[in-house]
Design a protein. Structure first.
Length: 440
């Protein structure tokens, strides 16, 4: 799909915490200063045309770009956000710009839209900006392989093979190949081409060119459980900065909600139907909170199912495998319940029916919440880390040990930023384009 996930995502513009990027620089790249937050901030700003609620604040220029190709604005329709923010004030939390100096704030949500339309990367960087004549897009082309030649004793990526409308074609690169197939697509293509952990590729492919993706440290993704926008730090946060994100959803309970939620996040509709019954049959107003473990300590794995490029890879996300992730969310859960139940502005009660599967536990006890977190978690689609900086690609985004091949997409993030991932992905793309130009 043109625009990739930005053509289907929830459009939230959230960069993550400054310290997330500083850790890329120090922990993942051995102290390379070009990947710390201060060095990356110009790349966040470059593509941004910021028209959010803080646009008139002179201090916002330090953190926000103006005149970039992608509109970022606080959207008008956020029903219930005023009570959410008033409750935060009652509790002594700070209201502010989560993409600014301090992430640990409550706020309205900024989106990537333009005149009410979704502003995907396809619209922002291609369709609405004059369709650059030196770019050729082959729609419906499915890349199946990257091929290599040995040049001066080192593998060099030389061509890409793709299938399109029943035909197989190979294109040869004159300079280099840029892989941007996303966290699952890029790692899958590398492995299909023989780049990956030798012990795995030995099982599924004819030959392994390079061994890089280390098992146990592959795909990393946030999971979340049902609970404006806020960021918290839990007691198990390491290092010591915000590791939780909270997003309020104000939608009512209505008869089709179980089916709609099933389509959105995959929770079984029959379980939701049992839990909501009978309230969703009476069109009752409700507030939902999404609690996201933004810096999970659990890591998943991704392997090839076979050498057939049409087969999906095997994903083993290992959500909540590290007990600290549950404890972080337990802390967040209790904070949210306290905010909703113990403020005049919200004056709301936790949905009184126990979550199916947790009925035997004392309602609102820590063990009850832990059960809810384990029973009701799902992915929020922020998968990263399959081709991570430091392990698979170097600080130039070049695949280690191979010439002529870079990866530029969410897969290179070595750890999740505490936030949604499109802003950081586009920042990486802006940085990547400068790295390419510098090598020309
Ligand atoms: C439902 C959903 C909601 C989300 N909500 C938000 C949000 O509100 N805010 C936010 O910041 N982030 C959100 N995200 C995450 C964010 O959109 C992604 O992290 C980001 O877009 C990743 O960009 P990418 O370029 O790495 O990969 P992708 O966007 O996945 O793009 C990869 C592209 O490569 C193509 N591709 C893959 N394999 C091949 C192949 N073999 N041949 C040819 N093409 C191939 C794919 O079709 C796709 O078009 C959401 C994601 C999803 C799925």
């Amino acid at each position: 799909m043109l625009g990739g996930s930005t053509s289907t995502n929830f459009m939230m513009y959230v960069r993550g915490n400054k310290e997330d990027f500083n850790r890329w620089s120090t922990e993942d790249l051995g102290g390379d200063p070009q990947w710390n937050y201060d060095s990356l901030l110009p790349y966040f700003k470059k593509s941004e045309d910021y028209n959010g609620v803080y646009a008139s604040d002179p201090a916002s220029a330090e953190y926000h770009g103006k005149g970039g190709l992608r509109n970022v604005a606080t959207y008008d329709f956020q029903p219930g956000v005023d009570e959410f923010l008033a409750a935060a004030v009652e509790k002594g939390y700070t209201i502010g710009d989560y993409n600014g100096a301090n992430q640990e704030v409550f706020s309205k949500i900024d989106l990537t839209t333009q005149n009410g339309w979704r502003e995907s990367t396809y619209r922002a960087f291609y369709r609405d900006t004059g369709k650059p004549s030196n770019l050729c897009i082959k729609k419906y082309a499915h890349v199946t392989k990257i091929s290599f030649k040995t040049v001066s004793g080192q593998p060099k990526a030389t061509s890409v093979t793709y299938k399109r409308q029943g035909l197989t074609r190979t294109v040869t690169a004159t300079k280099e190949i840029i892989l941007s197939a996303g966290t699952f697509g890029s790692a899958k293509l590398l492995m299909l081409s023989g780049v990956g952990p030798a012990e795995h590729l030995g099982d599924v492919t004819a030959q392994a060119a390079v061994s890089y993706l280390s098992t146990g440290n592959g795909v990393l993704a946030a999971s979340d459980a049902l609970a404006g926008q806020a960021f918290f730090k839990s007691p198990v946060a390491e290092p010591d900065y915000a590791d939780l994100q909270v997003i309020q959803f104000s939608f009512g309970l209505y008869p089709q909600l179980p089916q709609d939620m099933n389509r959105m996040v995959g929770i079984r509709a029959d379980i939701l139907d049992k839990w909501f019954d009978p309230y969703h049959k009476t069109n009752t107003d409700a507030r939902f909170c999404l609690l996201i473990a933004g810096r999970p300590k659990s890591f998943g794995n991704m392997t090839l199912a076979s050498t057939n490029p049409d087969d999906n890879p095997i994903q083993d996300p290992q959500y909540l495998a590290n007990p600290d992730d549950v404890e972080a969310m337990l802390f967040g859960f209790k904070k949210i319940v306290d905010l909703y139940e113990n403020t005049a502005a919200l004056n709301t009660t936790l949905f009184l029916k126990p979550v199916p599967g947790c009925e035997s536990l004392v309602f609102k006890s820590d063990d009850y919440y832990r059960c809810v977190i384990r029973m009701f978690s799902f992915t929020i689609y922020h998968h990263v880390g399959s081709c991570s900086l430091g392990k698979v690609v170097d600080s130039q985004l070049k695949v280690k040990g191979i010439d002529g091949l870079r990866v530029i997409d969410a897969s290179v993030m070595p750890r999740l930023p505490n936030g949604n991932t499109q802003a950081a992905t586009i920042m990486i793309a802006e940085k990547g384009s400068d790295l390419i130009i510098a090598n020309m």
